[in-house]
Design a protein around this ligand. Structure first.
Ligand code: KPL
Length: 301
């Protein structure tokens, strides 16, 4: 493989579009795969800068067939329906890289993809798709990437591809630990901000902050069983830092509920509850929040 990688981005929402622009800027051959599957060209500008317009071919089968890296940025609950129909078109060598909130989606399709090198990633870069043609980089962040299977273990060079395009990216052979930590933070912030329809900063108020602490206490017991070394005090303190750093933001689940879209609850709190049950840990506050979000979805979808 030469230094220019053929990349197809599956699911160019805000995060996918952000990476598409930065990867193309760095000289890689980037194409997009969208829901429509009809071939067309899309121009995207990064941060509304005129000199930063990028043109991509969308749903071009040849590009997909020849891609070295399929970068999957659809939401966790869309992974199966978006990816499985494309698998027969891919070469066995195509690397699959998943980046989404929550856990469990890749385990569910493991037997279909295990002959590919598979990588997982989590990022804290902020991205906002302002309209079909504009993506805004709303906050500098950090990306962690690591192997899902043993073939993925041989693909550490993808960390360099990512970090040269959109710094900084770190390779973590224990990617599951990084994903669990992100999931723990999402459990503490996302459902509460969706139910109370508030900005993240509102969770710092004492009446609601006691719920944040109760969530963290249950989550930490599961983390411990999953060998993630965070004490309850550490978890609460990280969550407090994120609440304060993103106090004006609306969480992704808040926005999903606000716009009456399906949420990621099954892969966030739902995944935590599955693991809690397996470990014999009771998690009543997380169960209540899960039920409330499911109820909200049922009333609106
Ligand atoms: O990841 C997030 C999300 O909104 O999904 C947090 C960290 C909670 C920031 O809002």
């Amino acid at each position: 493989m030469d230094s220019h990688v053929n990349i197809t981005i599956l699911g160019p929402g805000s995060v996918g579009s952000l990476w598409a622009c930065y990867l193309q800027k760095a000289g890689h051959n980037v194409s997009l795969w969208t829901r429509s599957s009809m071939p067309y060209e899309l121009s995207l500008s990064l941060n509304s800068q005129e000199n930063s317009s990028h043109t991509f071919s969308c749903n071009d089968k040849e590009s997909l067939i020849h891609c070295d890296l399929l970068f999957i940025t659809v939401k966790a609950w869309q992974v199966e329906s978006a990816l499985l129909p494309l698998l027969p078109l891919l070469s066995q060598e195509t690397i699959l890289l998943f980046m989404h909130n929550g856990m469990g989606a890749i385990d569910a399709i493991k037997e279909h993809i295990n002959h590919h090198p598979v990588l997982q990633a989590t990022t804290t870069h902020g991205a906002l798709k302002e309209n079909t043609h504009t993506v805004k980089h709303t906050g500098l962040g950090h990306t962690v990437i690591g192997p899902f299977n043993s073939l993925g273990n041989q693909c550490q060079f993808i960390q360099e591809v990512l970090t040269h395009s959109l710094p900084s990216t770190e390779w973590n052979p224990e990617i599951k630990v990084a994903l669990w930590k992100k999931l723990a933070i999402n459990c503490a912030i996302n459902p509460l901000t969706a139910i109370h329809q508030c900005q993240n900063g509102h969770l710092a108020h004492s009446d609601i902050h006691k719920d944040v602490v109760r969530i963290c206490s249950e989550v930490q017991q599961v983390l411990q069983q999953e060998n993630v070394e965070w004490t309850e005090t550490e978890l609460v303190s990280i969550v407090n830092q994120i609440i304060s750093a993103t106090s004006e933001n609306y969480s992704s689940m808040n926005r999903d509920c606000f716009y009456q879209r399906k949420t990621e609850i099954d892969n966030i709190t739902g995944y935590l509850l599955q693991k809690a049950e397996q470990h014999g840990i009771s998690a009543p506050i997380n169960q209540t929040l899960y039920n409330q979000i499911k109820q909200l979805e049922e009333n609106t979808l």
